[in-house]
Write a protein that binds this ligand. Sequence first.
Ligand SMILES: [Zn+2]
Ligand SMILES: [Zn+2]
Length: 307
Amino acid sequence: MSILRLTFLGTSAAAPTLHRNVSGLAVKADSHLLLFDCGEGSQRQMIRFGTGFTVDAAFFTHFHADHYLGIIGFLRTLGMGGRTETMHLYGPMPAKKVLDAAIHLGVERLAFPVEIHELKGGEKLDRGGYSVSAVRVDHRVNALGYVIEEDVRAGRFDLEAAKKLGVVPGPDYGKLQRGESVKAADGTEVTPSQVVGAARPGRRVVISGDTRPCAALTEASAGADLLIHESTFSDDEQERALETRHSTAREAGKVAHEAKVKRLILTHLSSRHDVDFKPLLEQAKQEYSGPCEVAFDGLTLEVPVRE
Ligand SMILES: [Zn+2]
Ligand SMILES: [Zn+2]
């Protein structure tokens, strides 16, 4: 995988505001385009922010209305656009019931196949070059967080070292990269460890969905390149956070600190913090010293390759 690009389609909790749409995140993983949640209006955000519509799969964190209603309209737009490829929809129970109703609502019939897959925490989907794993989180309803993880990448090939050792340029380079020894021009054996560096861990992005801070998610986030954590409330709304099973910015910061993630992005803001989100940022930063920001609709970022 070379490209890992994220575009925030919606960053508001519960209902859209003037500045923020409800939850949606587009992830470009090489040639694949994935959606993580698809709140009402997500398709228009995809047009605004230029993500394209060639979505391979949509992953739902849970079935509160602000996270899935957008799939109803989006699937119909794809149908009108002549899509023929299968769309895969993933989510926790009752994904089958809810998404089946969403697909069949109204009088038109979709001209392309849609497959609905229910996921449980701990399940991992291998997607060729990367995986998506589900993590059971702690919300008012059955809910999942997701981990996108790039496969381990082969070590860097040291061209200079190969030349110095007399390896013949061509197929032997590939053999060494794949872990096979080769014979140099003078007949001496050259082993992969002489020219190929240590394997490099893949990039890892964690998406909390709606949740209280929870151990499973902290564990899944350990050392992640990026944690996208919900941050619905501020310190003075702690009680509300407990009642509604959401997190405060401070709690999101604590998770990021405990998991030693490389970067934290706060999203899913209550309308109270729509414009004035500074308190959220400050409270999170009191707990987490790494790079931390509040997402906005249209925020697009590339996750850099690990070296
Ligand atoms: Zn929500
Ligand atoms: Zn929710």
